[in-house]
Design a protein around this ligand. Structure first.
Ligand code: 9MR
Length: 397
């Protein structure tokens, strides 16, 4: 039997136990590890010093409509890969307003708490996502008919409460998400905060976040800003204005939801460099690369090669910009990806197949990291807690 199958069997056998950290392996234990989880064979190990390789942690959002149990709490293999491969984690939905603040007087922290705890136990940083957005807001907020003063105090309380709860435990916050339209105008219609309180409220959101956690790096985050275009240029103009007012803005993040049916944004590095030149950190926060795929079929070798090259080029763009130190994929396994749920006829957007085996895109990321960092670097490598493999299992490989 192949190691992967034996490991899967071992995982199944232990599926009822969901530790918050990976099972301990004694320091200095150099027993063979399964190929997918070996210490020297993970993305976080391959990454250069100071570069965080992240993933979204599944939960909330579309997952609640799917016929599977919550991966983070119920899929042991998911947790093992999550811990072994990544040095940064982002709550996919668990810190969004509708999830974490479902009623005006009620917060739901348990899921986000669990992610933060998992990250701490596995030597990972956390990217908080998100505090100020036009989407995934609870009905009580969107339909509340609040006065301007009430809305302002609701936003301040939310930011102070959520950011304050995790103060010191979040590396970067996507304070404001997707505030511009594609043509570079502010979302004055669908963003409740900007519509009701005016653009000045953006500065207040950053101020309140900074007060609640002075150490967290505060970011703008958006999609469709990988290239130099009207939307990304709107951020180039806005951020220095805010900084001139004394507002702390640390970074600009491009999400990176790409599709092989469109060309790769070849000016991505030049675009990130514009923000680096402003003295900002940059990040790629949500990359996935979807493709057209007929139901029940597999991608062609050509499609997989194209997808790999997109992942690789995006990572290279980040690695070539000095202060781009955080590169996050939006989920790592196709079975939990948002893509097929939102884009009919498209999918296969992540770097692993449903059985957790690696796609060419995974290897493209790994080899690109190793090229930038020959021999690998364990600065943010896995803690000494990789899943134990019994010698009996390992020796049959
Ligand atoms: O992946 C998220 C999915 O589970 C939610 O149902 C969806 C709702 O809009 O949001 C997805 O995440 C989005 C992220 O928060 C912001 N950028 C776009 C992402 C994909 O839609």
């Amino acid at each position: 039997m192949k190691v992967a199958k034996l490991v899967a069997a071992a995982v199944m056998a232990s599926a009822f136990v969901l530790p918050t950290a990976l099972p301990a392996v004694a320091a200095g234990n150099d027993k063979p590890q399964p190929p997918g989880l070996a210490k020297q064979d993970t993305l976080r190990w391959a990454a250069p010093k100071n570069v965080r390789i992240g993933t979204a942690v599944a939960g909330g959002g579309h997952h609640e409509t799917m016929p599977y149990a919550n991966p983070f709490t119920s899929d042991q293999q998911y947790r093992e890969v999550l811990a072994a491969e990544f040095s940064s984690v982002s709550p996919e939905n668990q810190a969004k307003w509708e999830f974490i603040h479902p009623q005006r007087d009620q917060y739901r922290f348990a899921e986000m708490d669990a992610i933060v705890e998992f990250a701490q136990q596995n030597g990972q940083v956390v990217r908080g996502h998100t505090l100020f957005w036009h989407s995934q807001n609870p009905a009580w907020l969107e339909q509340g008919n609040f006065s301007k003063d009430e809305l302002r105090s609701i936003l301040k309380d939310h930011i102070t409460t959520v950011v304050g709860r995790y103060a010191g435990k979040i590396q970067q916050w996507d304070v404001a998400n997707e505030i511009f339209n594609d043509n570079g105008t502010l979302r004055t219609t669908d963003n409740i905060w900007i519509r009701e309180l005016g653009p000045e409220i953006i500065a207040d959101a950053f101020r309140w976040a900074h007060e609640a956690d002075p150490k967290a790096k505060l970011f703008f985050n958006d999609y469709g800003v990988e290239s130099i275009n009207a939307k990304s240029t709107a951020y180039v103009k806005l951020i220095p204005k805010l900084q001139a007012q004394g507002v702390k803005v640390d970074g600009f993040a491009v999400q990176g939801h790409l599709s092989t049916q469109y060309g790769f944004p070849g000016d991505m590095q030049a675009n990130l460099q514009r923000f680096d030149d402003l003295g900002l950190e940059t990040a790629v926060t949500e990359i996935d690369v979807r493709m057209n795929i007929a139901a029940g079929t597999k991608p062609t070798a050509e499609q997989l090669a194209k997808q790999s090259s997109y992942y690789q080029r995006a990572l290279e763009a980040c690695l070539n910009v000095e202060d781009c130190k955080s590169f996050t994929i939006w989920g790592f396994n196709d079975k939990y990806s948002w893509v097929p749920v939102f884009f009919s006829g498209q999918g296969e957007a992540t770097v692993m197949w449903e059985d957790y085996t690696r796609k060419p895109s995974y290897y493209a990321l790994q080899s690109t990291l190793l090229k930038a960092n020959p021999g690998g670097d364990q600065a943010f490598g896995p803690p000494p807690r990789l899943p134990a493999v019994t010698p009996a299992v390992a020796s049959k490989s």
